[in-house]
Ligand binder design. Sequence first.
Ligand code: ATP
Length: 357
Amino acid sequence: MKTYSIAAIPADGIGPEVIEAGIVVLKALAETLNTFNLNFTNYDWSSETYKKTGAYIPEGGLEALKKHDAILFGAVGAPDVPDHISLWGLRLAICQPFQQYANVRPTKIFRGTESPLRNCAPGSLDWVIVRENSEGEYAGQGGRSHRGQAWEVATETAIFSRHGVERIMRFAFETAQSRPRKLLTVVTKSNAQRNGMVLWDEVAKVVASDFPDVTVDKMLVDAMTTRMVLKPESIDTVVATNLHADILSDLAAALAGSIGIAPTSNLDPTRENPSMFEPIHGSAFDITGQGIANPVATFWTAAEMLAWLGEEDASKKLLDCVENVCERGILTRDLGGKATTREVTDAVVAEVERLGA
Ligand code: ATP
């Protein structure tokens, strides 16, 4: 029987609450199915650690992390630490050296939940957004001169390399090809951005010729927002730059009912480094410590992690159990219900245990 070593980094805000729930459910699943084992190692890297020690990740931290098969991540961000410090100090400090260049964000409407869109039933919105996760607008290039002066200048340079664009396009085409509709929308802004985005379009066209069975269309990012709202059924797989997909996937999560549902995977498709799995939502300080955070995004995240590790059957079963619980109306407040994090977790564990009965 295979044993997977999982690094858990709950970090900030509701991160520890939802990761704890995720681990409870994963352990119940492993015990019930008895086809694989999971070993969890907890890393207490967070904004608290940063405030105490001046670093999110201690020396040797990344080497330790590299030994695991996967990373289960909560959320990073604290009201008294600037967002760019926390993001670059922890999340991007893992994603970038581990070359997790593909960020995958599936969204769908779960049975038992509702989209804020009128007439959008489960099935009419079932998307996967593939986000370029290593360069583009978040490459970290740029600088500031003449700080504090009236003539201060800041630059933020978006980087698009042929290598970086080609590998994300290839990954997106493969993702589209693996889904029944084999439909890919390439999001761009090449009308206004004449260099990087034009290279993006050109490479998409070249890669498309290797995937004749995938239908491709091209969409400007602004037009894509309206299409997502007005014609959700016309979309299946989407590929977009780091910034564009960041924004579109939050819209996607909201259109599916709540930001408390959607997962995201930071993948190194070469499998040289462990990949990192996290709920799409942030630290949600407004509800931290109240026991009402929706753990569903973390459960779906856990299912995505299992699929990446090769445990597709367990992944499908877990997601089914979660949807069954939603369908029975056991929902947290963000989905219009009254259940607590604990109640949803207990219900999913009970559903998982029924698999073994
Ligand atoms: P970040 O900058 O880290 O993305 P944010 O504050 O912009 O964080 P979130 O932390 O995702 O965004 O929170 C946005 C809103 O969604 C908040 O009102 C929060 O309470 C709510 N929310 C986020 N996650 C959940 C969840 N799991 N369950 C319930 N509500 C949630």
